[in-house]
Structure formats: C-alpha cells, structure tokens
Design a protein around this ligand. Structure first.
Ligand SMILES: Cc1cc2nc3c(=O)[nH]c(=O)nc-3n(C[C@H](O)[C@H](O)[C@H](O)COP(=O)(O)OP(=O)(O)OC[C@H]3O[C@@H](n4cnc5c(N)ncnc54)[C@H](O)[C@@H]3O)c2cc1C
Ligand code: FES
Length: 262
C-alpha cells in the first residue's frame, strides 16, 4: 500500500447523485485487484479530516475508476473535483475477490451503489477464467440503475430489480435470486446494504452456494490500526473473534460472519 497523487482523467454524473471518477496512475492500476478499495483524500484542508473509502470499480492499463454516491460532506466535495486536478489516494487496500477456477457459474448481486466493485470482477473472470456471469442489479428506481450497459457489453446476463417497479422486475434483488435455478456449482458475490447481504447469505446457505460479500464499515485508518471497522466473525484475529473490514476484508466468505451479532 502506498500513496499516489492521481490525475483525474474523467469525472461524470452517471445517474442523479452518482458519479464515476477515473484516476490515472499506472502503478496503482497495475497493483489493483477486483474487490480492493482505495482511501481518497477529498480535500487538502482538514475538513473533512478522514479519507473516504471507495471500491475499485474498473481497472485499466494506467488508471482505475470508482463509482460513488453523494451522501455527505466528503462525497459532495469529491463531486466538485474537475478533470486535471490531483487527488491523493492510499491503496490498493484490503483483500480481493477469490475466484475458484473449477467453478464456471458466477452470480453477482449488487444493491444500489453496492454494484460498484463488480465491473472489475466481471472483467477479471472473463479475462482469466471464462464461464457464465449473471448479474442482479437492484435500485430504488430506473434512473438509479447502475452499470447495466457495462455488464451487457461484457456479455453478462443481467437482471434488474427496482423497488418502485419503474424498470425490470418490481421488488428486491433477493426476490430475483430466490427464483433463480442454477444446478451447477456457482459462486455468488454480493455487495450492498447489510440487510440485503444477510438475506443473500441466507438464500445461498439454503442452496449450499459459496457466497462472498464485500462489507462496508466506517473507516479511519484503512490499514488495520485503529480497529474502527471490525465485524464479528467465527475465527480468531489477534485473540479476538473480530475481523477488520479494511485488513482481513472487505471481502468475506459470508459463512464466517457472526450474523446474529450484526
Ligand atoms: C470498503 C468500502 C468501500 C466503499 N465503496 C464505496 C463505493 O464504491 N461507492 C460509494 O459510493 N461508497 C462506498 N463506500 C461508502 C463511502 O465510503 C461512504 O459513503 C463515504 O465515506 C461517505 O462520506 P461522506 O463524507 O460523503 O459522508 P458522511 O458525511 O461521512 O456521512 C453521510 C451519511 O452517509 C453515511 N455513511 C458514511 N459512511 C458510510 C459507509 N461506509 N457506508 C454506508 N453509509 C455511510 C453516514 O452514516 C451518514 O448518514 C465504501 C465504504 C467502504 C468501507
Ligand atoms: S479502518 Fe482502522 S482498522 Fe480498519
């Protein structure tokens, strides 16, 4: 993990309140793996003081992209940054999505901005392993459906669920997941609100499907020092059954999470 002064090479509002930011740095791009995240310095003043964690959305030869939702002060400031400006980035951080080479069915389940880490994962699966990728995208409404075209262009089979029924199926990603029939071994990857991840885990457990979740937590240091981002797990890390989302994660096999404590 290092610090990089990245040049903003592209920055667009892709949906109301959602932005894609492309950050140019060859070494950062070469080191990045799908599932990892970066910590961005959104301002060079002290307000907000802490860096903001963001998943790596796509990895190109000399740049990476992030996809983010404006929710507060840091992301609002980030949204005002212009092409050509420099952003200091710490990363790449955390672990990456495991890919079992013996599995040929992959299911990516993203709720809202939780879809962000999956374009890079789909690209890696296609490039290095092959197989069938199905993606379930969930959003509140049609304008907030993210990355659909990207996944279709990659050749993935895409399902969309919107809560208001304005596009795709009316309902939640888990409604679509419950009705999917896959008979061969499948690996499921999920990211989104924690209640959604828990439900995805329960469905996968019933079917004996391996499921990896990208978890979020409030983060301060991003490198395993402050212990601000821990989640209860079924294994011991430094004498505690707590794992750091920034260090042991953010990707966890959902079977190792102590769901009853979350
Ligand atoms: C490993 C990791 C990867 C992430 N990847 C992405 C990503 O790809 N795209 C993206 O848009 N966001 C992502 N997030 C969440 C993102 O970091 C927060 O939304 C951001 O830090 C909020 O900063 P802010 O200053 O705008 O909001 P704040 O002013 O800090 O908070 C505003 C509101 O947002 C809520 N909030 C703050 N942090 C989080 C969080 N981590 N999760 C959920 N709600 C939060 C607060 O509770 C508050 O209600 C990720 C978080 C983690 C830990
Ligand atoms: S953010 Fe400090 S330990 Fe994870």
């Amino acid at each position: 993990m290092k610090l990089y002064d990245c040049i903003v090479s592209s920055h667009n509002e892709v949906a109301p309140g959602y932005f894609r930011l492309v950050l140019k740095d060859k070494e950062l791009a070469e080191l990045s793996q799908p599932g990892q995240f970066i910590m961005l310095e959104v301002t060079n003043t002290y307000e907000p003081f802490l860096r903001r964690p963001m998943s790596i959305e796509r990895i190109f030869s000399d740049s990476i992209s992030i996809l983010y939702k404006v929710v507060g002060k840091g992301t609002k400031l980030l949204s005002t940054i212009s092409i050509g400006e420099i952003i200091n980035v710490q990363g790449p951080l955390g672990n990456s999505f495991p890919i079992d080479p013996n599995v040929k069915e992959y299911l990516l389940v993203g709720g809202g901005i939780g879809i962000a880490p999956f374009p890079a994962l789909a690209e890696k699966i296609i490039r290095t392993h092959g197989g069938n990728i199905q993606v379930i995208i969930g959003a509140k409404n049609h304008p907030q459906v993210l990355c659909e075209r990207d996944f279709r262009e990659m050749g993935c089979k895409v399902y969309v669920a919107t809560e208001d029924g304005s596009y795709g199926e009316k309902g939640l990603v888990t409604d679509i997941l419950e009705n999917l029939n896959i008979n061969s071994p499948v690996t499921v990857y999920t990211c989104g609100p924690i209640r959604m991840i828990k439900k995805v885990h329960q469905i996968c457990e019933q079917r004996d499907w391996v499921c990896y979740a990208s978890l979020e937590a409030n983060m301060a240091c991003g490198i395993g020092v402050c212990l601000g981002c821990v989640v209860p797990v079924k294994f011991v890390v430094e004498n505690e059954m707590m794992a750091r989302v920034c260090k042991e994660g953010p990707i966890f096999d959902t079977r190792v999470i102590q769901w009853e404590k979350i």
